[in-house]
Design a protein around this ligand. Structure first.
Ligand code: PLP
Length: 337
């Protein structure tokens, strides 16, 4: 505990013994934000390519944190709710489909699924508090119509930690998609896609990842990426990056620069991994916490491996978005600026 006051110089009288809400920023996070603001004030966007490199670096670190095959499987979103909404609005639901969730889960992880009722999608809410075996209670609700199970890795109010390996095994066996809201654990509890092969992992950075609000991780299983329809559009999502000419366009095949990432690419909070290394902390912190700190420090406690799978390449023969087929707002966006 001795190092904490230096890194968390809270006012006298304020003590964070734990938090399930919004963490205080570590000193280095605050310094990185200040540096980025100062750079914008004094140099504008002169180092824009470096900002893009920082963003890529961040996605590599987040991929490493959850053991994703590739940084291209990670998109940056503005919060957990946005990532959950991308899943809820992006899946091609059919009337009669069912979703399983936790009855008293955090509202973000309920309202998105409830919002699908008018499309004929039922949200089966399981009261896990009443169950001796919460995971089994969720698994028992799977039927032939279940398309997705949505759970929080740790319950925001009770602190119940789900056995995600068990849930993911059951979902794989029954061909049900697994969507994990990992905000209450990521950074404090190890998450490994090898042992928990979830289809979606989403977490804002402002809890155990010790970041400010407004920047989160969104992982999509590459095997089902194409099943997720684009529901948000922006200039940076086109495969023809840098080509602002009007006309037909193809979305990038990467979630990192399509769908959710379009707004993030347009440029806020690239400061996150910009501070200096904290390798000296290694001996004092758990390896998971060390990983987390390394994310916000920009220099890892271990080298970051290259992608385990090749990032997808744009398909030149794939379907193009035709201007005439697009709603007016999208057509206007595609004219570039
Ligand atoms: C399980 C869970 N999901 C999501 C959130 C917050 O969502 P967002 O990142 O959209 O603010 C919280 C906040 O307490 C939470 O506990």
């Amino acid at each position: 505990m001795r190092y904490l006051p230096a890194e968390f110089p809270l006012e006298p009288g304020i003590r964070y013994l734990n938090h399930a809400a919004v963490a205080p920023w570590p000193k280095r996070t605050a310094e990185a934000v200040q540096r980025f603001a100062f750079e914008n004030m004094t140099r504008g966007a002169a180092r824009y390519p470096d900002w893009m490199a920082v963003e890529q670096n961040l996605r590599e670190r987040l991929a490493w944190l959850i053991n994703a095959p590739c940084s291209e499987d990670i998109a940056l979103v503005k919060n957990t709710s946005e990532g959950l909404s991308f899943v809820a609005t992006g899946i091609d639901w059919h009337a009669g489909d069912r979703i399983i969730g936790i009855a008293d889960d955090f509202p973000s992880n309920r309202v998105v699924w409830e919002s699908l009722a008018d499309r004929g999608v039922a949200f089966d809410q399981v009261d896990i508090n009443a169950e001796a075996d919460p995971e089994q209670a969720l698994i028992d609700r799977i039927t032939g119509d279940t398309r997705l199970m949505a759970v929080s890795s740790v319950h925001f109010a009770t602190g119940l930690r789900m056995d995600l390996a068990r849930l993911s095994a059951a979902c794989r066996e029954t061909n049900v998609l697994l969507c994990v809201d990992a905000i209450q654990s990521l950074g404090a509890v190890r998450f490994d896609l090898d042992t928990v092969p979830a289809d979606f992992v989403i977490a804002d950075g402002h809890k155990w990842m010790l970041a400010p609000e407004g920047l989160g991780l969104f992982y999509v299983n590459p095997a089902i990426r194409d099943e997720l329809q684009l529901t948000e559009f922006g200039w940076a999502m086109r495969a023809q990056a840098g080509d602002y000419a009007p006309g037909d366009w193809r979305p990038s095949p990467l979630p990192a620069v399509s769908n959710a990432a379009a707004p993030t690419c347009s440029g806020y909070m690239r400061w996150m991994p910009a501070c200096h290394c904290c390798r000296r902390w290694d001996s004092r912190l758990s390896s998971v916490c060390c990983r987390t700190i390394s994310i916000i420090c920009g220099n890892g406690c271990a080298p970051f491996p290259a992608c385990r799978s090749s990032p997808p390449k744009p398909d030149p023969n794939g379907p193009a978005f035709s201007r005439s087929a697009l709603p007016a707002t999208i057509a206007n966006e595609s004219t570039g600026h």
